[in-house]
Design a protein around this ligand. Structure first.
Ligand SMILES: Nc1ncnc2c1ncn2[C@@H]1O[C@H](COP(=O)(O)OP(=O)(O)OP(=O)(O)O)[C@@H](O)[C@H]1O
Length: 470
C-alpha cells in the first residue's frame, strides 16, 4: 500500500543537550519561545496615521533558525524591533520566553525598565552597529560580556569569536595577518565593524538572536561564518555537514567556504546550544539553512513554512503512485496546501487545528479512519500519516485479516478514489494518530492542471518529433 518507511527527516530543531541547568530552561513541551498574536502597528498620527502591520501571528519553537523574507517596506524590520522591545507594542500580544525565570515575558503595556529586561535576553544584529568609537574591537565585546567566574582569561572568549569571524591572526588562506583585536572602529572597514558587532551580539550566547540583514555588508566567506555560528549556537551540526562547508586546499580561492582552522574554533565558541534566531535576509545561503521561512507582504505574514514539515509532506506524497501523474510543481503546491506550520516531530495542538482547518485530523487509539466498503465521493480523502501508527484490516468472508501496519510518513486511501470504487480495507488507529488529509476534490484539481501538460508530452511522444529515443 505504501513504500518503505523513511528514516527521520532533517535534524530536529530544539534537540539540545539533555542536561538542563537553571538559566537554560525550555518552555513547556510543544510551546514556543516566541509567540506573536494579532499584532498591528501604526506610524504617524492624525491624518497621516498609517497602518503598517496587520494581524500578525507567529510562533517560533526553541532552537529554530527562522528566516523572514519579503519585499522592501513589507514590515520585517518593524516586527523585529517590536519583538526586541525596541519599539512600543501598540496592539496585539508578544511573549518572549525567559529561560532564567522559566516563564514568558509579555511586551504588552510594560514599562521601560521591564523592556530593558527583555532586551537583555536578546542578541541584536542590526545594521547600525553602535560600536563605541573610543574602544577597541575586543573592548567593545568585553563591554557587553557577562563575565563568568570560571574564565581564567576573560578576554579569550572574545578573541576566539573575533578570530573565528576573521579578525584574528590568520586570514582565510591560513596566512598570518595582523589581528584587528586592538583596532578602534574608525580603523576598521564597514564589514569588519559589522563582524565586531556580530561578535558582541553573540558573546553571551543569547537565547534569542534578532538579526536584520546580518550578512549584507560581508563577503561570502564571512557571511557563511556568521550563519554557521548562528546555526551552531542553535544545535550541533553533524561533523560531515560541517566538513562540506570547509574548503579543501585545491579550492583555496573559492568564496563562500570556511577555512579548516575555523572549525575547532567554532566548536570552542559554541559552548552551549539552544539559541533561537530570527533573521531578516535575502541571502540564499541562509535560506538553505532555515528551519522556518516566514514571508511578509504588505504588513502581513503571508506564509509561514516549517521546512522539515514541507519536506516530510512532499516526500510522503511523492511516494504515492497516485501523485505520479501530478506535475512536480503542482505536487509542491498540493503539499503546501496541507501544511500547518508545525514540525512533524511535534504533536499538533487544538489551536493549530483551529487555525488551519481541514488539513490535519487527529484520532484516538482504536478509532477507524476509513472503513471497508464505504463508497467514495467528493468528500473522500487521501491520508498521509503525520504521527502515530495504524493497522490496515480486510474482512474476507467475515474473517478479519490484518494486512499491515503503517507509521509516520506512510499514506493510505488513494486507491479507492483513483479507481472510483468503495474502500477495499479498513484503517484503524493503534496509537494516537495525526494525519494530513487531501480531499478528492483537491486532488482532482491538481491532477487536471497537470493533465494537459502530460497529454501534450504523450502526444508529442506518439507523433514523434524526430529526436532519437531509446
Ligand atoms: N519611523 C517610521 N515612520 C513612518 N513610517 C515608517 C517608519 N518606519 C517604517 N515605516 C514604514 O513602515 C512600513 C514597513 O517598514 P519596514 O522598515 O518594517 O519594512 P521592511 O520590510 O523592513 O523593509 P526593508 O526591507 O526595506 O528594510 C514601510 O511602509 C515604511 O515606509
Amino acid at each position: 500500500m505504501s513504500s518503505e518507511p523513511r528514516e527521520n527527516g532533517p535534524p530536529r530543531p530544539g534537540s539540545f543537550s539533555p542536561e538542563r541547568e537553571s538559566g537554560n530552561r525550555l518552555p513547556p513541551p510543544g510551546q514556543p519561545v516566541l509567540r506573536i498574536r494579532g499584532v498591528n502597528h501604526y506610524f504617524g498620527s492624525g491624518d497621516t496615521r498609517t497602518q503598517v502591520l496587520f494581524d500578525n501571528n507567529l510562533e517560533v519553537m526553541p532552537g529554530e533558525l527562522v528566516i523572514m523574507s519579503g519585499p522592501s517596506g513589507s514590515g520585517k524590520t518593524t516586527i523585529l524591533t517590536l519583538i526586541g522591545g525596541l519599539r512600543t507594542l501598540q496592539e496585539g500580544e508578544i511573549e518572549v520566553w525567559d529561560a532564567d525565570r522559566g516563564g514568558y515575558r509579555t511586551l504588552q503595556g510594560v514599562p521601560e525598565p521591564e523592556l530593558v529586561q527583555v532586551r537583555r535576553l536578546i542578541g541584536f544584529i542590526f545594521q547600525r552597529h553602535n560600536l563605541f568609537d573610543s574602544l577597541t574591537a575586543v573592548q567593545n565585546i568585553r563591554m557587553a560580556q557577562q563575565l563568568k567566574e570560571r574564565a581564567t582569561d576573560p578576554g579569550a572568549d572574545a578573541r576566539d569569536v573575533l578570530t573565528y569571524l576573521l579578525l584574528g591572526e590568520k586570514d582565510l588562506a591560513g596566512k598570518d595577518q595582523k589581528s584587528r583585536f586592538d583596532y578602534k572602529p574608525a580603523q576598521l572597514s564597514g564589514g569588519q565593524r559589522q563582524r565586531v558587532a556580530i561578535a558582541r551580539a553573540l558573546i553571551n550566547r543569547p537565547k534569542l538572536v534578532l538579526a536584520d540583514e546580518p550578512t549584507a555588508a560581508l563577503d561570502a566567506n564571512s557571511g557563511l561564518a556568521v550563519v554557521t555560528l548562528v546555526q551552531e549556537l542553535a544545535r550541533a551540526r553533524p561533523e560531515a555537514d560541517l566538513m562540506k562547508l570547509v574548503r579543501s586546499a585545491e579550492e583555496a580561492g573559492e568564496n563562500g567556504r570556511l577555512a579548516e582552522w575555523q572549525v575547532p574554533l567554532l566548536k570552542r565558541v559554541v559552548a552551549e546550544h539552544g539559541t533561537t534566531s530570527l533573521i531578516v535576509t535575502h541571502d540564499a545561503r541562509i535560506m538553505n539553512l532555515a528551519d522556518r521561512i516566514v514571508h511578509m507582504e504588505r504588513g502581513r505574514i503571508e506564509s509561514n513554512v516549517v521546512v522539515a514539515e514541507r519536506l516530510f509532506v512532499r516526500e510522503g506524497l511523492r511516494q504515492s503512485p497516485a501523485f505520479a501523474a501530478v506535475l512536480p510543481e503542482e505536487q509542491e503546491k498540493l503539499a503546501d496546501s496541507v501544511l500547518i506550520g508545525v514540525h512533524p516531530g511535534e504533536d499538533v495542538r487544538p489551536d493549530h487545528l483551529a487555525r488551519s482547518p481541514g488539513r490535519v485530523e487527529v484520532y484516538e487509539p482504536g478509532q477507524f479512519i476509513v472503513r471497508q466498503g464505504e463508497a467514495v465521493n467528493e468528500e473522500s480523502k487521501f491520508y498521509l500519516i503525520r504521527r502515530g501508527t495504524v493497522e490496515v484490516l480486510r474482512d474476507v468472508d467475515g474473517a478479519v485479516q490484518k494486512l499491515t501496519e503503517l507509521g509516520a510518513g506512510r499514506y493510505f486511501g488513494e486507491v479507492a478514489f483513483l479507481l472510483d470504487q468503495p474502500r477495499n480495507a479498513s484503517v484503524r488507529t493503534l496509537t494516537r494518530v495525526e494525519v494530513y488529509t487531501v480531499s478528492r476534490t483537491a486532488f482532482d484539481r491538481f491532477q487536471s492542471v497537470s493533465r494537459p501538460f502530460i497529454e501534450r508530452v504523450l502526444a508529442n511522444f506518439r507523433a514523434g518529433d524526430g529526436s532519437p529515443r531509446t
